[in-house]
Design a protein around this ligand. Sequence first.
Ligand code: CAA
Length: 257
Amino acid sequence: MSEQHLLHEVDGNVAIIRINRPKVLNALSLPLMKDLATMMKQYDSDDNIHVILLSGSERAWAAGADIGDMATASSDEMRKRNQFAIWEQIKAIKKPIVAAVSGFALGGGCELMMHCDIIIASENALFGQPEINLGIIPGAGGTQRFTRAVGKATAMDVVLSGRFLSAKEALSYGLISRIVPKEHWFESALEVAAQVATKGPIALRAAKASILNSQELPLSQALSEERALFYELFSTNDQTEGMTAFAEKRKPNFTGT
Ligand code: CAA
């Protein structure tokens, strides 16, 4: 795997992946997306990793899919490329993904961000789906996940005009989880990831799966799935440990069993 467009390291139980194509504002090329999905799947099956932290640079989380990859492609070529199958692999990651976002999160970059679970954004971050300026529409969920996050009125405004949202607007519309000062945007996101990583890994996966069900399933089915997951957790050591630790007024020591 060519890894220079992605940097990665492990900090405790957190896997940190940084998108690293500074010359093109972290534009998401096809090889980068393939490697990102592969790397995320590896960390997803690594028991030592409880949370994945995905980051860009200070100037750009990612300014979209790589326009150079698509500029001369025909409809047939784009269909054959089937590039969004890679995105499905990222959607299938079971562990929580925290996004550390600074600068531009546009087009495919905004769509990748919406594949993450907790979005920590610098006060300087800018969000948008400006594909309309290129004569196309978002193709990796930008008309769907964005609309579910911000509602139809704002989605129409942003997608049809191509305008960018400030971090304050994005927070007020529910697109992101928190805004942090620009001086320590990355450290703040790492802190959140490390804190989440102290929780029981099985319960974390169940909580993520159940919340994501709310985006796809009818309410009655999602509630029934939630109940099934809730009952299942009562057969884990982590549930026994969590409740015993509470009674004994100490911090739980979750083992992921
Ligand atoms: N793909 C390829 N290259 C990109 C890029 C992208 N998405 N975004 C920026 N770049 C490149 C620029 O071409 C430029 O390269 P050169 O120095 O070789 O000219 C370099 O990054 C720096 O960019 P700018 O000089 O444009 O920087 P700026 O500060 O003036 O503007 C910006 C920043 C507003 C983000 C502007 O670069 C921009 O509008 N980028 C495109 C954003 C966009 O349209 N994203 C959607 C892509 S399509 C998509 O994502 C489809 C999908 O749903 C999957």
